[in-house]
Design a protein around this ligand. Structure first.
Ligand code: ZN
Length: 322
């Protein structure tokens, strides 16, 4: 079987992804988020369509929506946004940081095997219409194409390990790549080491938010981990060639990681979207940040690789029937 990228509207050949954003948030709509984190409550699909359409106009073809199970995700709504804009969307399974669930959440009482099975079914059959929020599961035709896991800081706690273990099993059974959340930019090398102990090849892992408070020291360990490194904090920084994200990215390039760098906006803030009267807007990453990277001295062909060739490798897999 040849490598594919699994989007919510169907599989595409790996080399057909085009310009790809690797960590977006287009639908983020749960009662807990509405109550506790109103700025990240992304509940308006018309605005999402406008925001994504502006990216398409700049030349963006594909986006990863990084919201996993049971915390505000919707495969159906992502598919509708994709169909309206022409931008392909890769949905996530897996679990996020426990702040998006709370202490009473059912996932705290589930076994590793039970969680792994739910993740597998999202990838091979389709995402639950109710997003695993109720006792009834009704699978849609919209499948997840990536497995997300969040850890809580530099050290892995018991919840982190339990979910990493479930994710490693789901990866083994589906081959779908793994996207991690590094809390405060930390914990990436520890995630990769734990996953590798459970049979996961580091090149099948994308570490998110590594430019959040990262240091030149830490970037060495991140490059040495062998995983893909996702720089996704640039929308929160100054529009300058010496913005912290760019300084760090240049370090990673100098350390030889240019074929393992991918980019995203992590734009889970109304205040970052033009469609919510914020800024600079998700389109800024391709329309402006790309140019800043070139102006900082990184060759255009290398920068293009961050947007096209690197995501094509990072996000593709040979699907197996689990
Ligand atoms: Zn995120």
């Amino acid at each position: 079987m040849t490598a594919i990228i699994r989007t919510v509207t169907g599989d595409i050949p790996a080399d057909a992804c085009g310009v790809t954003y690797c960590h977006e948030h287009l639908v983020l709509d749960s009662p807990l988020i509405e109550l506790r984190f109103p700025d990240i409550h992304l509940n308006d699909d018309e605005r999402a369509i406008r925001e994504v359409a502006a990216c398409a106009e700049e030349g963006v073809h594909t986006m990863v929506d990084a919201m996993p199970c049971s915390a505000g995700r919707s495969g159906t709504r992502l598919a509708a946004i994709s169909e309206k804009t022409g931008v392909r969307i890769i949905a996530a399974t897996g679990l996020h940081h426990d702040r998006y669930y709370g202490p009473e959440h059912w996932t705290n009482g589930s076994s590793v095997q039970e969680l792994a099975e739910l993740f597998v079914q999202d990838v091979v059959r389709g995402i639950d219409q109710f997003d695993y929020t109720g006792p009834v599961v009704a699978r849609t035709s919209h499948r997840a194409g990536i497995i997300k896991v969040a850890t809580s800081g530099p050290q892995l706690n018991d919840r982190d390990k339990r979910i990493l273990r479930a994710v490693s099993i789901a990866h083994e059974r589906t081959r779908a790549p793994i996207l991690t959340h590094c809390e405060g930019g930390e914990g990436g090398p520890e995630q990769v080491a734990f996953l590798a102990d459970h049979g996961v090849d580091p090149t099948r892992v994308i570490l998110s938010h590594i430019d959040k408070d990262a240091t030149a020291e830490r970037i060495k360990d991140l490059v040495a981990s062998g995983a893909y490194l996702e720089f996704d904090q640039s929308l929160r920084q100054d529009d300058r060639v010496d913005a912290p994200s760019i300084v760090l990215l240049r370090e990673a390039v100098e350390l030889g990681a240019s074929e393992r760098i991918v980019l995203g906006t992590d734009g889970a803030r109304r205040s970052l979207w033009t469609a919510w009267a914020g800024g600079p807007g998700l389109a800024w990453l391709y329309a402006r940040y790309r140019q800043l990277l070139v102006d900082s001295g990184i060759p255009q062909v290398v920068v293009d690789g961050f947007f096209v060739a690197n995501p094509a490798y990072a996000l593709s897999f040979d699907p197996v029937m689990a």
